[in-house]
Design a protein around this ligand. Structure first.
Ligand code: AMP
Length: 134
């Protein structure tokens, strides 16, 4: 994709702090650090997000995410990591498949999403609505 920032990073047309590369993916530090060591694992090939990625390619990328997480936790000396992916609007800024690896440390007070407790009745109705699509 000519105008895609992440495609340009893959092709080395833009600078990045890439620290891992394999056949399907690369990993580099996010320019905006949620916490120290915040990294992205992105596909080398352009897919918009989780919705359109080839399932076989996705399997390879998920394995790369695991490998990077295992090494990154060691490199940073931490035990916790949030792995997340934003898909579609709102939420996604760069429309090229990527996974955020967000290092967690004791007492960091990082709050990913506010959550509201729901009654079992409401959850039952919601699950019934969703189940029709499976
Ligand atoms: P999102 O699409 O919302 O998951 O966010 C995309 C992420 O890519 C943001 O956290 C940005 O800080 C990050 N980002 C955008 N451009 C670059 C870049 N050139 N190098 C590193 N990270 C980037």
């Amino acid at each position: 994709m000519p105008d895609c920032v992440f495609c340009k990073i893959v092709k080395k047309e833009l600078p990045s702090s890439t620290f891992y590369e394999d056949e399907y993916s690369i990993a580099f530090l996010d320019i905006k650090q949620v916490s120290e060591g915040h990294s992205l694992v992105i596909s080398k090939k352009h897919y918009e997000n989780f919705f359109d990625v080839d399932p076989v390619v996705l399997q390879h990328i998920i394995l790369s995410v695991q490998k990077v997480v295992q090494r990154l936790t060691k490199a940073l000396g931490i035990a916790g990591m949030n792995i997340s992916t934003n898909n579609g609007r709102p939420g996604q800024e760069v429309f090229h498949l990527h996974f955020h690896l967000i290092p967690r440390r004791a007492g960091d007070n990082l709050m990913m999403w506010p959550a509201t407790s729901m009654s079992p009745e409401v959850l039952k109705i919601m699950a019934e609505r969703i189940r029709k699509f499976f």
